[in-house]
Design a protein around this ligand. Sequence first.
Ligand SMILES: [Zn+2]
Length: 363
Amino acid sequence: MSLIFESPSDYVQGRGVAEEIGTHAGQLGERAVLLADDVVLDIVGETVTESLEAAEVGAETVEFGGEASKTEIERVTDAAEEAGADIVVGAGGGKALDTAKAVRENLDIAMVSMPTVASTDAPTSSLSVIYTEHGEFEEYQFYSNHPELVLVDTAVVADGPTRLFRSGVADALATWFEADATYRSHGQNIFGGESTRAAHALAELCYDTLRDHAVSSVRAVENGAVTESVEAVTEANTLLSGLGFESGGLAAAHSIHNGLTQLEETHDATHGEKVNIGTLSQLVLEGRDDAFVREIIEFSVDVGLPVTLSDIGVENPTRDQLDEVANAACDDDETIHNEPFPVEPAMVRDAILTANDLGERYG
Ligand SMILES: [Zn+2]
């Protein structure tokens, strides 16, 4: 198997960079469609449209419906085609960006990824997570291209909901454990290749950055402040986590997340919040020592992340429910098989149960 590393062409991050989007996007095309929901349009709609028009890029907006589902992708594809767009700018959270990626693939145009929250590692990747219209995980869709440009305005991120910023920390925290598991097992990354040393090192840098800066960055975002820690963690949540998971590989944490989406009760928890339960369960599954598991639980609590099933809405889960989660997590297509040992549903169920108990004890 060959080593494969892929990434977006350009990454721009900083306070106020939304105003510069036209300068960068002007190199990509002449007519842009901005896809964002009504809340995000209120925040960045005018800035983005004015900046594009100042760079002589036509700009139309399409309001995002809220779910990265097949019907929504079809609707937005039709709207962008009708507008004659050669650039799609996806602005908002992971689902808006994932929808924009699908539209870009359908129309073979350029894409600008503009996360307004540092809540997931979706902005830099070339895959979409597709959900049903009811919010259940359906499948991953893989595309041949990455966004041409990823642009992150940290003033917008710091102004956003702290809960989503924290969720980004959780999604990024999983990156190192999953990339490292894949590296040790010589498993496959998202591109069907083996991890490069570069991807493995980026994933570790992601982890170190979070351990050094996450707590203070969350305090800053709570107050709408942009500090060096906010810049560091925004980069970790977005760029390092994005490159780290795609080129480094996913393992148990994200499969357990996908399993947890089977339970209706978890639908109000964010992606990152569910991933954190996946991360703690992965550590137990791998037999990490008590002190280390406790350290990660305490770090999660310091950041304000869930450490028990009840924290993500699942009170007193039945054995059947946990079996359902574990079975889904161990589907043949799941990345849990990147762990460096064979994984069976019973092992996963018991790891979730035990991680939950440890979370109750140390959380
Ligand atoms: Zn994720």
